[in-house]
Design a protein around this ligand. Structure first.
Ligand code: SF4
Length: 754
């Protein structure tokens, strides 16, 4: 008898599917015959085919059925544009879109929000109408940051979600396997195609002892980041367990999971516990909490389950940490920090302290920071550094306003910013220092890479708990240790901060604030999606042409790329991000970062038709407009880096048909296949040397191709001489159909129409 417990109070007719996990695990347990970690239970509980799926941690590729999808406004644009081309009436699983990344912090919440709504109107209108049409929940600008809204409304123990944002793992604080993915993966799941993930390894973090004083959940992850470093979590789920878990609030666990992204982890996860139950109850989900309790046997690791690596942390001994500058894994305990500041010559004066963001803006965080600010105010102090507060959601903002924390912050000089990413993603009109000026800032955010917050490479950015950040803004100095040092009050007397105290959950309950959610109408079929034909930021996608059934003959080499060619080289970020909903405009960045092996230069390639040199996108479009197919030749691990799908869409849009490399990064290789391109591997990697950017290549025998077979490529050099070589590929039957249809979405649209 399956219960009908809603997945979210905002979605009708979508129920928690614990029954599937149960039945999947029965099959998997019989096959594996060993105790399972919690991560394995949830992941294997979502297998598309538990009977036939190969399961080996760190080796097999799993086909999974996530329960939901979440997108933020920057990445949602291309994901939804692609989903539209699939021709489906609704998304296959519940999906939500969150407007948070495009709001710039300038003067404070309300004004900044109004300005953003004005500047980004066409993007917001597009997202709002597309969401209405396809049954997607739409969170308007001002509603808050994706991960906070997910925690408040959608995250549930034992479920699985993918999101087009790296900090999607935040939902692990509610026991959900939540992974950050590229747009292409989101489109697949929205269209009902299983999601592929390499079976994660599992790193166990055993928490012992009890947290107290200035130590916060943030310090657990700052410590773990120091141990594992920025790459240490790659391919693994970090699974926290042990008696120490009991001393962490649900939102604190979310902070820890959020920042697991900084060590490259697939996601992070906590077992179901009382603290999650109280958070679910406080956010109107008592029914879901009760159901999770009933299902608790599958929300804990099995006795005796084994981890690929094990770390132990005693919370009773854990010191507050400050990580940085420039990297989140440079961890220094507070007791050693002043010394490190001196030793490394980090700028001691603290210019700005920033609290909040998706990482640390819970009611608990805000109440503890307010406690510190109040104590300073009682001694007549205002902050010495600029002090900003970013509420993670409208609900948090309204609740902390009601409970007087906003007044407390403003009273000491704090500025409450919009409920949005703001300075965390560089949306910060910083005025207090000039570009290039060496300075220090400290935030309770998660990332502190060079230039991330303010685009100033000389800014030394540190990350710490909101408690430390708040206390340090009163000292205005990085050398201040609130655990041991005193400050001078307005009365000239020295005082020491007492241990911060706060409330896990608001005693009077959450105040939802303004209603910022747009539920999709029951039937969105008649909704018109708003895309202006003159927009420079949005453009509807036209289906790519189907394969004409002929070999690809005499295709010029557009560029022979030398050395590293990441997705950043193929589709640059920065100012280009503005155009990520407009394929034609963003394609002007196609391969402009790749180094031409013939002349050692970026963005200067031979136009074989005219004999002149030109920019890569210009020459590509020149060929395309004359119906000349072209190919790219690349080196090792082509397309590594971020999973952005633009890196595959752009060359295809400009008329590319194949990329021939010594090796591919797997995700980019799959993305190329999805767009109807041929990713081919030199069978003999030395053949890379045979080719130059003045050659023409013919890819032959395609009509007889069967997956697994080699594909022959003939070279015609500029002087007319000829050569040839063999390539291999990882194209399977289904992917060959994508190539024939022109793209995976074309194939899907044809199936939907049939
Ligand atoms: Fe990403 Fe920062 Fe926004 Fe969080 S607040 S979603 S880390 S940009």
């Amino acid at each position: 008898g399956d219960k009908q417990v809603p997945m979210s109070n905002l979605e009708k007719g979508k129920f928690v599917n614990y029954a599937r996990i149960e039945s999947n695990l029965q099959v998997v347990r019989q096959r594996l015959n060993r105790p399972l970690t919690l991560a394995e239970k949830i992941v294997y509980g979502h297998l598309d085919n538990p009977h036939e799926q190969d399961i080996e941690r760190g080796v097999s590729y799993l086909k999974l059925r996530p329960d939901r999808v979440a997108c933020q406004d920057a990445t949602a644009q291309m994901a939804i544009l692609q989903f539209m081309s699939a021709g489906l009436p609704q998304t296959a699983v519940p999906t939500s879109v969150h407007c948070d990344h495009l709001i710039q912090a300038q003067v404070g919440g309300p004004k900044d929000l109004a300005r953003a709504i004005d500047i980004n109107k066409e993007v917001y209108d597009f997202l709002a109408t597309a969401c209405a049409k396809y049954g997607i929940g739409f969170w308007k600008p001002g509603s808050g940051i994706i991960h906070q809204i997910i925690l408040e409304n959608y995250a549930l123990p034992g479920l699985m979600m993918i999101g087009t944002d790296s900090h999607t793992p935040n939902a692990g604080g509610l026991g959900m396997v939540a992974c950050g993915v590229g747009g292409a993966d989101a489109v697949d799941v929205m269209a009902g195609i299983p999601w592929e993930l390499k079976a994660p390894k599992v790193i166990g973090v055993y928490l012992d002892g009890k947290m107290s004083g200035w130590t916060t959940p943030k310090d657990v992850i700052l410590k773990v980041a120091g141990i594992l470093t920025v790459k240490g979590g790659t391919g693994a789920i970090i699974e926290y367990h042990g008696p120490g878990v009991e001393s962490l609030s649900c939102t604190g666990m979310a902070t820890i999971c959020n920042m697991g992204a900084e060590i490259g982890a697939t996601t992070s996860l906590f077992p179901y516990n009382k603290r999650m139950a109280s958070y679910l109850q406080a956010t109107g989900r008592s029914q879901q909490a009760a159901y999770a309790q009933e299902f608790n046997h599958n929300l804990q690791p099995d006795e005796g389950s084994e981890y690929d690596r094990r770390i132990e942390i005693n919370l009773s001994e854990l010191e507050p940490h400050i990580n940085g500058p420039f990297t989140p894994d440079l961890a220094t305990p507070i007791s050693k920090f002043a010394e490190e500041v001196k030793k490394n010559n980090w700028p001691e004066e603290l210019k700005v302290g920033l609290i909040g963001s998706c990482t640390n803006s819970s009611y608990e965080d805000m109440s503890r920071s307010a406690h510190i600010a109040k104590e300073a105010a009682d001694h007549g102090l205002k902050t010495k550094s600029i002090f900003t507060i970013t509420p993670g959601s409208e609900q948090v903002r309204a609740t902390i306003a009601r409970d007087g924390f906003v007044d407390t912050f403003e009273n000491v000089g704090g500025v409450v910013l919009a409920n949005a990413c703001g300075p965390c993603i560089g949306q910060w009109d910083r005025q207090d220092v000039k570009k290039g000026e060496v300075n220090s800032i400290i935030s309770s955010y998660n990332r502190n890479f060079t230039g991330r917050n303010d685009a100033n490479p000389a800014t030394h950015a540190f990350v710490a708990s909101p408690d430390l950040v708040t206390a340090m803004t009163f000292a205005g100095s990085l050398s201040f240790n609130p655990l041991t040092d005193s400050l001078k009050g307005a009365d000239g007397k020295e005082f020491k901060f007492s241990d911060p105290a706060g409330h896990e959950l608001p005693a009077k309950g959450y105040d939802p604030g303004e209603n910022t959610f747009q539920a999709p109408p029951e039937d969105g079929a008649s909704v018109n999606v708003a895309v202006s034909p003159t927009s420079d930021r949005l453009q509807l996608l036209k289906p790519f042409k189907a394969w004409d059934g002929k070999d690809i003959i005499d295709a010029p080499v557009l560029i022979k790329a030398k050395g590293k060619c990441t997705t950043d080289h193929i589709s640059a970020g920065g100012p280009w991000l503005k155009y990520r909903g407009h394929l034609e405009n963003i394609s002007q960045n196609c391969l402009i970062g790749a180094i031409n092996a013939d002349n050692g230069k970026a963005n200067e390639v031979l136009n074989q038709e005219t004999g002149e040199y030109g920019a890569v996108p210009t020459v590509g479009a020149y060929y395309r407009d004359r119906n000349i197919p072209w190919v790219v030749v690349g080196d090792e691990n082509y397309g590594e880096g971020s999973s952005r799908e633009h890196a595959a869409l752009e060359p295809r849009f400009l008329g590319g048909r194949a990329v021939i490399c010594r090796s591919f990064a797997r995700i980019h290789e799959t993305n190329l296949k999805k767009q109807g391109m041929l990713p081919l591997w030199f069978k003999n990697p030395a053949d890379y040397e045979k080719i130059s950017g003045s050659d023409k290549l013919s890819i032959v025998g395609l009509n007889d191709f069967k997956p697994g077979q080699d594909i022959k490529v003939e070279i015609t050099h500029k002087d007319g001489s000829k050569d040839s070589f063999l390539t291999t590929s990882s194209i399977n039957e289904g992917q060959w159909e994508w190539f024939k249809a022109g793209s995976a979405l074309n194939k899907m649209a044809a199936a939907a129409a049939a």
